[in-house]
Design a protein around this ligand. Structure first.
Ligand SMILES: O=C([O-])CC(=O)C(=O)O
Ligand code: NI
Length: 236
């Protein structure tokens, strides 16, 4: 809870700066998500993961409704099995919406912090009326039931994303249940709970934010950006 309180003061960009400092070159950023609803402030919570697979997948469907057991304060992270993902737009092979307004209504009632849907959502107005924060790749009109089923709750999920290297197809971002999700209009970042430098990362964030506030003041007074950045970040 303390970690959540701390992170609520910052943005995903601040968290990414710290992750880059500690060797995560993509800054933990989960690309291609669009903020669809909710207030402007940063959303932070521990990931509550839900994994969808094709109806033909050999794994049995989970009987329990994932939304009825979502913990207070959690961020729902909903992903499709890797074989249903694409590194390029539209990012998933599934055109049915994975998630809708009734799910947000229940999540909001249970005090969840937000929902990050790595696929399509429907019922846009309902999420917006609830002022409940939802991110997704896109929108849709059809419910998930005819094509996919939930096969995992609080299991690690893998997100296939495009890479710069032309000889590699994709890289995989992993989200484990309990990892910290920090999201706003810039998108969503995952801070792995098990990162060996987790506490250093948390300590670095305010120092870097303070330095960059001074850089901003310098620039507004006419100082060249590169010179100020070099000076103000010298000891970081
Ligand atoms: O009905 C569904 O399966 C999803 C949906 O639209 C909702 O949660 O409102
Ligand atoms: Ni609906």
């Amino acid at each position: 809870m303390l970690v959540v309180k701390k992170l609520l003061q910052y943005t995903p960009c601040d968290v990414s700066d710290a992750l880059v400092k500690y060797g995560v070159s993509n800054g933990g950023y989960i690309p291609n998500l669009v903020k669809q609803s909710g207030p402007d402030s940063t959303v932070v919570g521990q990931a509550y993961t839900v994994l969808y697979a094709a109806k033909s997948d050999p794994r049995p469907a989970i009987k329990e409704s994932y939304i009825d057991i979502i913990p207070q304060g959690a961020v729902l992270v909903m992903a499709l099995a890797p074989e249903l993902q694409l590194p390029h737009a539209p990012y998933v092979r599934v055109n049915n919406a994975l998630y809708g307004g009734l799910m947000s209504t229940r999540a909001s009632y249970r005090g969840a912090a937000g929902s990050v849907i790595l696929g399509r959502i429907r019922d846009l107005d309902e999420h917006r009326e609830l002022k409940y924060p939802v991110w997704s790749y896109g929108v849709g009109s059809t419910a998930p039931g005819p094509v996919v089923k939930v096969v995992g709750i609080n299991v690690p999920v893998e997100i296939r994303v495009q890479l710069m290297e032309i000889d590699k197809d994709f890289e995989t971002i992993k989200v484990n249940a309990g990892d910290y999700i920090v999201a706003d209009k810039n998108g969503a970042v995952v801070l792995n709970q098990g990162h060996p430098k987790f506490h250093d990362i948390l300590e670095y964030i305010p120092k870097r934010v303070a330095a960059d506030t001074l850089v901003s003041e310098d620039i507004k007074k006419g100082k060249p950006a590169a010179e100020s950045q070099k000076q103000r970040r010298a000891n970081l």
